[in-house]
Design a protein around this ligand. Structure first.
Ligand code: NAD
Length: 336
């Protein structure tokens, strides 16, 4: 082995180990020690190095998996359909490359129809309804296995315990984001400060920390919210629509909340217009968002595009510029 390969291996090891530690602090302890922008920089550094040395990619690299292993305090839930993450586009140019890749893979020159959704800054969960009743709720965990948080999810008022339909599907899995309103987050941290307790870094960590409580009575007091954004396993007798947008309407008709900000858009121009519009209104929204998720609307196209290791090829998170970096630029220290 050459010295060069040795030093690349060492650097890969260093990055993987650092990122694994940060994942554990963020996903399991809900207590990150570095700003997201710093994490994202290291993650991109690792991805770049791996793409230059594909023979050195290992199965357990953080780039090949999602999140972190579930916490042992909860029962485990195995996801029948893995809960994946999303690839990121950090600017308009990366978003345009994503759109070109989609067009090339589908061999389509016309504008692709997308569904644009706010990227809610919370945590992903899966809700399973059996014969219309909520029987199980689980966190994403490492994508394959999550935590059974059914009792906690039942305390969230916007999650129906029963679907609104006369003839419920045998099985119906909905996926979406649990998040905390900015106002609830401020109130929670005010209370923590008054009691001399630890405050949460941001609404995302507050939502995750509140949902992943071993005592559901604590979760019940935290005022969490939920928006659905996709379906998981659905039993065969239920007739699914053939576009993502219409499937979200089906989810809504069954009684689950879907963000009113979800819109259809034509091609890259439509996506960028939506992004600009929602970024302009970002501060006036009641909840935090850290970007926009653009999804190919046609399910047939989604199936043709498929997945890579940790994300679908038919969706991308177009992120807003990192707020922590802006904070650092104006000379205020980042506090977690
Ligand atoms: P992600 O947050 O970049 O994107 C995937 C997630 O987006 C989904 O799992 C879902 O929860 C969420 N989402 C919100 N709205 C959605 C919508 N409309 N449709 C679909 N999904 C939607 O990916 P991730 O793997 O959860 O987390 C990675 C990010 O977390 C990093 O980019 C980093 O910013 C942050 N992170 C930070 C640290 C740290 O130490 N600071 C550690 C780990 C991760």
């Amino acid at each position: 082995m050459t010295n060069r390969t040795d030093s690349v291996k060492q650097e890969l090891e260093r990055l993987r180990s650092l990122i694994s530690d940060y994942n554990y602090q963020y996903y399991v302890l809900d207590d990150p020690s570095v700003p997201d922008a710093e994490y994202d920089r290291l993650y991109r550094q690792l991805s770049k190095l791996e793409s230059e040395h594909p023979d050195l990619v290992t199965d357990n690299s953080p780039t090949q998996r999602v999140g972190a292993k579930p916490d042992s305090g909860f029962d485990e839930v195995v996801h029948e359909l893995p809960m994946l993450s999303l690839d990121n586009a950090m600017d308009d140019e990366e978003m345009a490359s994503f759109n070109r890749r989609v067009q090339d893979r589908l061999a389509i020159k016309d504008d692709i129809e997308y569904v644009c959704e706010p990227k809610l800054d919370g945590l992903a969960i899966s809700l399973l309804y059996e014969n219309g009743l909520l029987t199980r709720a689980a966190t994403r965990g490492d994508g394959m296995q999550g935590e059974n948080i059914t009792l906690n999810a039942r305390t969230i008022r916007s999650i129906p315990l029963e679907l609104r339909t006369e003839v419920p599907p045998k099985r119906f899995e909905v996926r979406g984001e649990v998040f905390m309103l900015k106002s609830s987050f401020e109130a929670l941290n005010d209370e923590a400060r008054n009691n001399g307790a630890k405050t949460f870094a941001n609404p995302r960590n507050a939502a995750a920390g509140s949902l992943r409580q071993l005592d559901p009575k604590i979760t019940a007091k935290r005022n969490l919210s939920f928006y659905a954004y996709s379906m998981g396993i659905v039993s065969e007798e239920f007739e699914l629509a053939d576009s993502h947008y219409e499937r979200l309407q089906q989810v809504k008709e069954l009684g689950l909340p879907v963000s009113p900000e979800v819109k259809k858009a034509n091609g890259i121009d439509g996506c960028l217009k939506y992004y600009q519009d929602i970024m302009d209104r970002r501060d006036s929204l009641e909840y935090e968002i850290d970007g926009v998720v653009n999804k190919v609307n046609s399910i047939k196209f989604q199936e043709r595009l498929g997945f890579v290791a940790r994300a679908p090829r038919w969706a991308i998170a177009h992120k807003f510029p990192a707020q922590e970096e802006i904070t650092q630029l104006i000379g205020v220290d980042f506090q977690v």
